[in-house]
Design a protein around this ligand. Structure first.
Ligand code: COI
Length: 338
């Protein structure tokens, strides 16, 4: 039985569901995990996640397909990225098999919260790994908690595929060249919050970051990766050590190659945006969000009309959504049945 939820009206917000799944790592091993109803967590006041930010997270989506199958989109890719982030933050990696098992168990216990096919919604899965052992000197904890919570969601930015405006605020950076920008830690998002609130207050839903060293090259948005379609129709996305390797971007590069669109992953000088035919933000939460205008100081770069979605972005969006909802063949084996 599906829940009485106005699926079509869902935005990207937190909502409680039946339970989450939680595992504890102690004395060198993960326990078997359990489904927990209570959305609160009790931890030691000295927990390393609270003091030294020893934490990381993931984001992936589960879809109800046309034929009624419930699938997760590339969960192994998110599991693999979480292993890399855990190593970088000196936490015990969650083996990918355990990550997939957690996913099956938590989705199974919350099936009625997966938005039905045709509503445009999906179930967002948020895995979280935190140092829960007390640590007052700067060092890794001796105890960790891994959990996965789920909730039904709709579009991240109001209006779905509706284009948004972005701003570059040169007074703030997201990630240093050899910092943690390439792994999914909360600190990267905390680093963006101040500028993000300022941008929102001044009328821009999202801010775009340039490289922290020279402010010369495009890096990524606060929430997601950067994609530009050149006037020659090439898919270009930044190659940088401080950009998160997005699963959505990786998937769309493959979709682009399948559609015969040339793909380049390289440095993108800021000035090149002026020449772009289409620009979008890419990520699990934002999917493909077109960007119609980018402001930096007194320069306003108009990429399209506020209501126009470029043809290449539309094709990429339709293809990836088609695969996720089981309307198009899943030729790369990305949909993982639950
Ligand atoms: C995601 O796209 O899943 C993220 O974690 C980004 C966040 C801004 C919602």
């Amino acid at each position: 039985m599906k829940k009485e939820i106005e699926w079509e009206k869902l935005g990207f917000g937190f909502s409680d569901t039946n339970c989450h799944i939680r595992y504890v790592w102690k004395n060198g091993a993960w326990d078997a995990g359990e489904l927990v109803k209570d959305p609160y967590i009790t931890m030691h006041i000295g927990a390393s996640c609270l003091h030294y930010g020893q934490e990381c997270f993931e984001g992936l989506k589960v879809f109800c397909q046309k034929d009624g199958k419930i699938v997760a989109f590339r969960p192994d890719a998110n599991g693999g990225r979480m292993v890399r982030t855990a190593i970088r933050t000196v936490m015990p990696p969650v083996p990918v098999e355990m990550f997939l098992d957690a996913l099956k168990r938590v989705v199974d216990a919350n099936r009625e919260y997966v938005p039905p096919y045709g509503t445009g919604g999906s179930m967002y899965v948020r895995p979280l790994l935190i140092g829960t052992g007390p640590q007052i000197g700067v060092a890794p904890a001796n105890e960790y908690t891994f959990l996965m919570m789920v909730m039904p969601v709709g579009a991240y930015y109001k209006g779905g595929l509706k284009p948004v405006r972005a701003v570059i605020l040169d007074d703030w950076d997201r990630a240093a060249p050899h910092g943690m920008g390439d792994v999914k830690v909360g600190g990267n998002y905390a680093a963006s919050l101040f500028a993000h609130e300022k941008a929102k207050h001044d009328g821009w839903p999202v801010e775009l970051y340039l490289d922290a060293k020279e402010h010369k090259y495009v890096e990524e948005f606060s929430t997601s990766n950067f994609l530009g379609i050149t006037k020659y129709g090439t898919y270009v996305t930044p190659d940088s050590h401080s950009v998160l390797p997005s699963v959505t971007n990786d998937s769309l590069r493959q979709v682009a190659r399948d559609l015969g669109i040339p793909v380049e992953m390289r440095k993108i000088p800021y000035e090149e945006i002026r020449e772009m035919a289409e620009v979008a933000a890419l990520g699990t939460a934002v999917v493909v969000t077109p960007v119609w205008e980018i402001t930096r100081g007194s320069e306003v770069i108009k990429i399209s009309d506020p209501d126009t979605v470029g043809p290449t972005l539309q094709k990429l969006y339709d293809t990836v959504r088609g695969i996720q909802y089981g309307e198009l063949p899943d030729t790369h084996g990305w949909c993982y049945e639950l």
